[in-house]
Design a protein around this ligand. Structure first.
Ligand code: C5P
Length: 229
């Protein structure tokens, strides 16, 4: 299904875990007053739903059924305190741990699951605009997005950021373990056959290593001004 992003503009922000895309997408959406799609949360929810319903992570057609039937509700757009409900249960904290991330990247490798989530992702494209973050926003889901950004940071910095973030939430994980986990997830996400993590041909590359959240947000907002939506 072709989507006319000229009617409702989309900013696609892709990149590896820990690159800061979730935070930047939220800031940019907040600054513009646009909607936000955290597509990674959808894969995390499919993984969590599978866990709760005892669906094996190696049965793509059952996982795709779960994805199609996903009963999800997000609270307010782009607020820092966003909450996520699955089957009317608040799963905000549960989908953020490392196990949920691992499960997400396993289910995300199945084309059946990815296809099942495309319609749901596109349904977030509502006026006045959408900021969508993930791995394949610019390459698959919103290919017509007038602004595509591929956000990166060094693996060391990404592991450190995740460590700090998790510590802030009272979750204690060792830095080396986190670093191994991030590299493993990067490998799985970039080497999978379907929608591998890679910049769209027309994406602008942005390396956030050594840059603050404010600095990166300012660069993106400058690009937003340059692009004619
Ligand atoms: O971004 P986040 O860490 O929440 O994503 C969790 C996992 O979901 C990623 O490691 C990736 O495997 C998968 N994902 C994806 N495509 C997206 C967003 C996330 O494959 N658009």
């Amino acid at each position: 299904m072709a989507v006319d992003t000229h009617v409702v503009p989309v900013i696609a922000i892709d990149g590896p875990s820990g690159s800061g895309k979730g935070t930047i997408a939220r800031r940019v959406a907040g600054a513009l007053g646009w909607h936000l799609l955290d597509s990674g949360a959808l894969y995390r929810l499919v993984g969590l739903a599978a866990f709760k319903k005892a669906v094996a992570l190696d049965s793509p057609s059952k996982l795709a059924d779960l994805a199609r039937a996903l009963n999800v509700r997000f609270s307010a757009d782009s607020s820092d305190a966003e909450e996520i409900w699955l089957d009317e249960q608040n799963v905000t904290a549960e989908i953020r741990n490392e196990e949920a991330g691992r499960r997400a990247s396993v289910v995300a490798a199945f084309p059946e699951v990815r296809d099942a989530l495309v319609g749901l992702q596109r349904s977030f494209q509502k006026a006045p605009g959408l900021v969508a973050d993930g791995r394949d926003m610019g390459t698959v889901v919103f290919t017509d997005a007038p602004l595509k950004i591929f956000l990166t940071a060094s693996p060391e910095e990404r592991a450190q950021r995740r460590h700090k973030q998790l510590k802030g939430k009272g979750i204690d994980v060792s830095l080396p373990a986190l670093s191994r986990d991030i590299k493993e997830r990067d490998r799985r996400d970039s080497q999978r056959e379907v929608a591998p993590l890679k910049p769209a041909d027309d994406a602008r590359l942005l390396d956030s290593s050594g840059k603050s959240i404010d600095e990166v947000t300012a660069i993106v907002l400058r690009w937003v001004k340059e692009v004619r939506f």
